[in-house]
Write a protein that binds this ligand. Structure first.
Ligand SMILES: [Zn+2]
Ligand SMILES: [Zn+2]
Length: 736
């Protein structure tokens, strides 16, 4: 008797699988095994379940074993089932949530799914008899349209019905007649829903590798062949041609019969990388991302599963691509925070990629101009210190905003002058101005009593958006009209403080007029293609300025950009977060890298109130190695990653008293269970959000697996479970 251990796909945390089912002979014969999807009877319902193990016997007596109701055709590879279960364990989630990550699109919920069907198309193909009918001297009598259709088909072999009508005026009646006479066949072909990309900016095209690139490729191929380290960091300045290295190693993996995964931060923000990979590898590459329709995603997934496509490109979820025999996993722009999933399980795609690569004997390659300190410390390093075009990195000028007199507004006089000079300089020169804050003004307050205009549900200021004549909360989406008077004292003197992208757009527009100004931020982007549309418009424009949030510093390359400006470079340093230094360095360095990629050379201006802050000073010197060395010293001193691992327990609730009690109960159970080298910080209050109070406990640990297990046990204690009623809990392993 064969027993299938099945994990039911339910979101309920209390369900503890797997559960045993008896496999009937036909299902065994049909090859039901690890990764198969079954419909099973479960607590009086029909549920979808995943087979996680097949065993010869069960601990339950045979009469208590039910049989699955149905085996679905779709399923996940066994390797990915193990990976999904590992993610569930590692990130303190449930098995079903971990498994949902690796299942085919459309089958990821507990409902018994309607799987998307392959799309088909009726085509026409010429037969041998059809070719004979076209021979001179044939006695076949053909109408004008019949002959035209056959001639087209003789040239093309096979065409879609609709295309044939276009080309030869042959409609379905004509085709039906030809088919009856045996002159054509009408096969039904499966059609692939092809996702589209717009490549923006610099053109693609294979280039000859530089000596430095060839050295990196050789080292990576050695890893692929088991003759060198398998975990690598490719540290290359912006413009040093990292993508060409990825492509060469992907091709080497394919030549060795192995597959590859290329992770990118966000497809929408990296159309150039994706476009280049697709152009080079053609049909061998599949793209998985959330912007696809369900049908497109299903088709891409199936092409990978069947082995028709051997390379997958996509954002973090592509780490679960169903590629057998994966030989290489590349994480491009490895410093990007989007590799961390925010929902449950809160997995880090970089850690999952590393784990998957290690299990598959594959090469793990993280690439960045501004790598994370963890990667710098842990991975064997390859360097691309120079740009492929031989140009040097642009000089960076730091503008100390403390030195300028009040009343000049958000732009330093040098910045204003540089923008004015650029627009006077004539056609073609472009600038990028970045400020990591949306809206017009981030704070409003009463000029009489000083009261700030704040969100009713969150402890944050409302942001003025002039374009929509409203103040908005960036945390909960609350919108209200711009207040005409202070709600506290009735004064009509409302003062605006600070600047967001909307205000900078306006100021820059006045300086560079009549040159165009484009704004790129979450408000301007709007729908699915908004981002690409704005970048394409800036690319086509003959001069002009792109103003925006950090979106402007990501993954594109405009050769005409001769000036880059970063406003309020130290804003990220003010976050109470141990990654603040790393993020600030990355922001300044990435923006600097966008400038001076073409003939015009480049100039970079960084406005800041903290000109001597190490991340800003090091980024201005293009000194990643210096910054990372100093940052690792600081991390060691404070016991932050990579010298410890962090685990956060986030709590929120509508009642502050209940929340405090729950946090205290967890702290009391967790503290004694942690290893002696672990440190429990908090519970610390965090700002109220969406009407909910929040608390956070943080564990710094030298042995994360041990302490994550301790956390799971602590959270199961009856006292804690009782205290958690009415409180929402999330466990965040390796919080970002
Ligand atoms: Zn007031
Ligand atoms: Zn709010």
């Amino acid at each position: 008797m064969e027993i299938a251990r099945v994990e039911p796909m339910t979101t309920a945390r209390a369900v503890r699988g797997p559960f045993d089912y008896r496999l009937p002979e036909p299902m065994v014969a049909a090859g039901v095994g690890v990764g198969s999807l079954l419909v099973v009877p479960f607590a009086g319902r029909r549920l979808l379940g995943v087979v996680v193990e097949v065993a010869a016997a069960s601990d339950l007596p045979p009469e208590r074993l039910a049989e699955p109701l149905e085996a679905l055709e779709a399923g996940a590879p066994a390797e990915l089932v193990r990976l999904g279960l590992w993610v569930a364990e590692r990130y303190c989630s449930t098995a079903s949530r971990g498994l949902a990550l690796v299942l085919p699109p459309g089958t990821r919920t507990g409902r018994v799914p309607r799987s998307p069907k392959p799309r088909t198309e009726r085509r026409a193909a010429i037969t041998d008899a059809g070719r004979a009918a076209l021979e001179p001297g044939s006695d076949a009598r053909l109408g004008v349209r019949q002959r035209a259709a056959l001639e087209r088909l003789a040239a093309a072999g096979e065409l879609a019905g609709a295309r044939l009508r276009e080309l030869a005026g042959a409609d379905s009646v004509v085709l039906a007649r030809l088919e009856r006479r045996g002159l054509v066949e009408r096969p039904l072909r499966e059609l692939r829903r092809v996702p589209r990309f717009d490549a923006v900016g610099a053109p693609a095209g294979a280039s000859r590798l530089t000596a430095a690139q060839r050295g990196c490729v050789a080292a990576l191929v050695a890893g692929l062949d088991g003759e060198g380290p398998r975990e690598r960091l490719l540290h290359g300045v912006t413009g040093s041609g990292k993508t060409e290295v990825y492509l060469a190693v992907i091709e080497a993996a394919l030549e060795r019969g192995r597959g590859a995964i290329l992770l990118v931060p966000e497809i929408g923000l990296t159309p150039q990388t994706v476009g280049r990979v697709a152009a080079r590898l053609g049909d061998r590459v599949a793209v998985l991302h959330s912007g696809l329709s369900e049908g497109e995603r299903f088709d891409e997934w199936r092409r990978l599963r069947s082995g028709e496509a051997r390379v997958c490109v996509g954002p973090r979820s592509a780490v679960f691509a169903p590629i057998a025999g994966v030989g290489l996993i590349v994480v491009d722009e490895e410093h990007d925070p989007s590799y961390k999933q925010e929902g449950d399980p809160r997995y880090d795609a970089r850690a999952v990629a590393r784990h998957r690569a290690a299990g598959a004997g594959a090469v793990y390659l993280a690439g960045s101009a501004t790598p994370r300190p963890e990667s710098w410390a842990e991975l064997d390093r390859l360097e691309l210190p120079e740009r492929v075009d031989g140009r040097s990195l642009p000089p960076v000028e730091i503008l100390d905003m403390r030195e300028v007199a009040g009343g000049v507004g958000p732009l330093h006089p040098t910045t204003r002058e540089a923008l004015a000079t650029l627009s006077r300089g004539g056609a073609g020169a472009k600038a990028i101005v970045m400020l990591n804050r949306r809206g017009y003004a981030p704070h409003l307050s009463c000029g009489a009593c000083g009261a700030a205009v704040v969100c009713p549900s969150c402890d944050v200021s409302l942001v003025l958006h002039r374009g929509r004549a409203a103040v908005r909360c960036h945390h909960c989406g609350h919108v209200e009209p711009v207040p005409a008077a202070c709600p506290g004292c009735g004064s009509v003197s409302i003062t605006r403080h600070g600047a967001g992208t909307e205000r900078i757009e306006r100021i820059v527009g006045e300086i560079v007029a009549p040159a165009p100004v484009f704004r790129l931020d979450a408000d301007a982007v709007g729908g699915r293609d908004g981002h690409g549309r704005i970048l394409a418009a800036f690319d086509r424009a003959d001069g002009g300025v792109l103003v925006g949030t950090q979106m402007v510093a990501k993954g594109h390359d405009f050769p005409d950009v001769a000036l880059s400006v970063l406003i309020d470079a130290d804003s990220t340093l003010r976050y109470p977060d141990f990654r603040a230094e790393e993020r600030t360095f990355a922001l300044v360095a990435q923006l600097a890298g966008r400038s001076g990629r073409g003939e015009r050379g480049g100039r970079v201006l960084v406005q800041t109130l903290a000109p001597s802050a190490p991340p800003i000073a090091a980024a201005a010197d293009h000194d990643a190695a210096g910054f990372l060395a100093a940052e690792l010293v600081r991390r060691r001193e404070f016991g932050y990653p990579p010298f410890s691992a962090l685990l956060a327990i986030e709590l929120s609730g509508a009642d502050e008293g209940e929340l405090a009690a729950a946090a205290a109960a967890i702290a009391a159970e967790l503290g004694p269970r942690l290893g002696s080298d672990a440190e429990l910080l908090g519970p610390a209050p965090r700002f109220r959000r969406r009407g909910r109070f929040r608390r956070r406990l943080l564990v710094k640990s030298g042995q994360p697996e041990r302490d994550a297990a301790a956390a799971r046990v602590a959270l199961e204690q009856p006292g804690v479970r009782a205290a958690l009623r009415g409180v929402t809990l999330a466990v965040d392993v390796d919080p970002q």
